[in-house]
Structure formats: structure tokens, C-alpha cells
Ligand binder design. Sequence first.
Ligand code: TXA
Ligand code: MG
Length: 316
Amino acid sequence: MIPNGTLTLNADPAGITQAADLLRQGLLVAFPTETVYGLGGDARNGEAVASIYAAKGRPSFNPLIAHVASIEAAQRFVTWPDQAEALAAAFWPGPLTLVLPLRPDHGISSLVTAGLNTLAVRVPAHPAARALLSEFDGPVAAPSANPSGQISPTTAAHALSGLNGRIAAVLDDGPCGVGLESTIVGLAGEPALLRPGGVALEQIDAVLDTQLHHHQPGDALNAPGQLQSHYAPDAPVRLNASTAQGDEVLLGFGPVDCDLNLSAKGDLAEAAANLFAALHSLNDTGRPIAVTQIPEHGLGAAINDRLRRAAAPRNG
Ligand code: TXA
Ligand code: MG
């Protein structure tokens, strides 16, 4: 426990300085990114990284993403093939994570990579995240700021509801704009989509001039942490519903009659931004959740990935 509870810091220069100081002391700070709030700790400090796993209750075989301020900062830690250059030029700063072979003398704690010889790196676009990374001037390991397996946080209040008293501070800068975690592309071997996310696969394919394997229901787990049940509310979730049954609350998309609509005008980016907040608020009703069908193209692939995991049988 943190003696005086978790501090809430404003994302102003004083708050950023204080957050960076806490990271330097090996403490944990939740901070906004354009995707979701991250739970940050110094990626070179094994004790700090161990406390990230402890605060989330996360299995230690599930590696973390190192957040850095720039392409040059990423290149200090990982090898840099042409495909990394092309994708980083197109999407960084932004909601894309690249998994690349570690360089010698990288200095990253082996707890970040869960002992793998690759590292997931990302340059976030959110101004507060960028300010924090440049003030801290080092790699920040950050999973999403929620207890392992639960709904991801897109506000400081979501982060606090799961982690209050377990972390030193949360830097509050309002809701996240993208609302879904980053797309993860593996570039350690043949390019592969490891997790659909905030950059649509079609956009990645266009830059790489290829067709990466599309993530489909029932695929084998392809990123170590891609557990079948994840993003899970307390209540059961039923997909592809047309109407609510029994006590269900209906989460809709497009012009449908429902309790809560992700995007009445059928805009997938708007739906992505609203998804986790909608799940948090429906979860608070204590009622089972039904969701209408959402198209599988563009950001719909990542939205459906999260919903399938929210609906999957729970681990234990
Ligand atoms: O948008 C995001 O990516 C957010 C924000 C905070 O940046 N972070 C996030 O982290 O979603 P997390 O820990 O919830 O998900 C990271 C994913 C996990 O599925 C993990 O298994 C995968 O990245 N991962 C990390 N390192 C990896 C590696 N070396 N090889 C393959 N997958 C890796
Ligand atoms: Mg997560």
C-alpha cells in the first residue's frame, strides 16, 4: 500500500515534474496515452517493474511495452530493420507497438521482456505522455493501468478504481482519444500482427505493401499476454445480439434501439473511443451485457477482438 493513498496529479509542468521524480524513485505512476491509461515504472529498474506486475496481479510471463520519447530512443534498445523505419515513420508517435530484437547492453530489466530476446516499444502521441517521457528521459514500462484481466482504463477515474492505494500517483488529463490499446506488430521474424488495435490492419498492410495475417476468432494465442478472457466485466457478455433478453442491458452500434450506443452514426473511431467507458458503466449496472454486431473492418477488428475476450469463458 502507498502510505497516503494514490496522488492525483494535473498534467501541467509541476505535475509532470513530480510524476517524473516518482518514476526516478522507482515508484509507479499511471499516465494518459492516446490509447488507454498506462501504469508506468522505470523499465531499467527491476524492482519498479516487479511492482507493476504486483500492482496489477499480472502473470510474470506476460511482457510489457517500453514507452520512449522518440525513434532515436527506441533505436538504443532494439535493432531497426527497414520495416520498423517505414512503420515508425507512418505511425509514430501513435497507437502502434513494434516488437523487435533487443540489442546488447540495452539495460532494460529482463522482467519487462519476461525473459524474451525481443522488446515491445512504442512512442505514444498523447502530449502528457510525451512530456512525461521527455522529462523522465528514459524508457517507461507500462501495461494498461487496470487489474489484470479487467476492463482497460480510458480515464484517470477508471485507473484509480482498480489501483487506488497500490500506485504512487495518477496523472489526470481527461479521457483517452483512441480508446483501444495499440496495434502490436512483430518484426523479429516475418512481420506479424500480434494484437489488433488503434491503427487499422489495412493501414499497416498499405505501408508494408503486404497482407499481414488477420487475427480471427479462434486463432491460437499470438502475443504472450493475449489470454482468451480479458477486458472482462463482472457480468456475462453476449455478442451479436439483436435485442436484449431477460435482464440484459443492450450495447449498440449504429441506428439501433439500445440502452447505450457506441456510435449512433456508425463511426468505428467514435465506437472505439467509447468502448471501455461503456463497458465500465454497464458493468456498474450489475446486469448481464448484450452487444449488437459491429463490422469487422478497420477499427472494428480491434473492437471485436476486445469484445470477444470480454465474452470469453473466464479464467478460473
Ligand atoms: O496502447 C497500449 O499498448 C497500452 C498503452 C499503455 O501503451 N499498453 C498496453 O499494454 O496495452 P499491455 O501490457 O496491456 O499489453 C501489452 C501486450 C501484451 O499482450 C504482451 O503480451 C505484448 O504486448 N508484448 C509485450 N512484449 C512482447 C514481446 N516481446 N513479444 C510479444 N508480445 C509482447
Ligand atoms: Mg492490458
